[in-house]
Design a protein around this ligand. Structure first.
Ligand SMILES: NC(=O)c1ccc[n+]([C@@H]2O[C@H](COP(=O)([O-])OP(=O)(O)OC[C@H]3O[C@@H](n4cnc5c(N)ncnc54)[C@H](OP(=O)(O)O)[C@@H]3O)[C@@H](O)[C@H]2O)c1
Length: 276
């Protein structure tokens, strides 16, 4: 990413801290980043840890900005968007919202018809720079702004552009809520290990290392997860016996229904946030 772009963050909480940390770790110049945050202690932490400029004034953060990251809670986005709309128009900056559930049309309505807007949906592992973020842009976003938004979110993990915003509900169901599904699997496997006679520490370590190893194999291999699973399933062996039990319990069906329920709820929440 061009290190010439001036980036403003509105809200200096968990996600802003991760994004700023990721940018600085990538060599982005701290003097090109300003964070606006109402809480004095959080401001001071950001300034001393990363060397970025901090302010309590959202308008001040926007001065000269090329990109403005809306990093406040979803229910605060409207207030902030309406407050910064005039300054955003003057700066000609792209607004990048990372607020879960807040749709492009609503952002556009609050920021003004000319505003270039990107909606990004990062997930919790972004907090440790291992995130998966889906992005969608409105028609006003230029090619340069596209790549600026993408580079920004790359600071906390992988990025994927969408062409249809309706897909954001599916993204929420898969990568947004997804970490919790894997945590549940880890909990259950650890518990099974304890039931089978391992001490908890050993059961947890084996579970977590197995989860990490399996994810890394799936990412690094040319084979699909299905093929990898087949390769570790010898006929008549232990894995085959275990997978048979999971099939009988309709694990795949349960996961499908869970994802559908999450996507449905994401849609409902998007409606509520737009109506606020
Ligand atoms: N955390 C995640 O894993 C994650 C994942 C995906 C998406 N997101 C999205 O990222 C956004 C931020 O989440 P977060 O976890 O970073 O929340 P957070 O830690 O609560 O950060 C939000 C910050 O914005 C500040 N703020 C509130 N009103 C403000 C205003 N009017 N102007 C400027 N700053 C203001 C808050 O200060 P006060 O606390 O004093 O109000 C707080 O420091 C959310 O919309 C969330 O949906 C988060």
């Amino acid at each position: 990413m061009s290190t010439e772009s001036q980036i403003a963050f509105i809200g200096g909480g968990n996600m802003a801290r991760s994004l700023v940390g990721g940018l600085i770790a990538d060599g982005y110049p701290a003097q090109r980043i300003t964070v606006s945050e109402p809480e004095p202690e959080r401001r001071e932490q950001l300034r001393s840890r990363f060397g970025v400029a901090v302010t309590a004034d959202n308008g001040e953060a926007l001065e000269g900005a090329d990109a403005v990251v809306l990093a406040v809670k979803p229910q605060t986005v409207r207030t902030v968007a309406e407050e910064i709309a005039p300054a955003l128009g003057q700066a000609g900056a792209v607004a990048i919202s990372i607020a879960a559930g807040v749709r492009l049309a609503d952002l556009q309505r609050w920021l003004g018809p000319q505003a270039a807007v990107v909606r990004a949906m990062p997930n919790t592992p972004s907090l440790i720079q291992s995130g998966a973020t889906a992005l969608i842009a409105n028609a006003q976003v230029s090619a340069a702004q596209h790549s600026l938004a993408e580079s920004l979110l790359r600071a906390v993990g992988q990025t994927q552009w969408l062409t249809d915003e309706a897909q954001m509900d599916a993204v929420t169901a898969i990568s947004g809520s997804g970490p919790a599904y894997f945590f549940l699997l880890m909990e259950a496997l650890e518990e099974a290990g304890v039931e089978l006679g391992l001490d908890r520490e050993t059961a947890r370590l084996l579970t977590l290392e197995t989860a990490t190893g399996a994810a890394r194999m799936a990412l690094e291999s040319e084979d699909t997860p299905a093929r990898l699973r087949e390769r570790v399933t010898s006929p008549g062996g232990t894995t085959e016996r275990a997978l048979g039990v999971l099939d009988d319990a309709d694990l795949r069906g349960a996961i499908q229904r869970a994802a559908e329920a999450a996507a449905h709820r994401a849609h409902e929440l998007g409606n509520l946030l737009g109506e606020q």
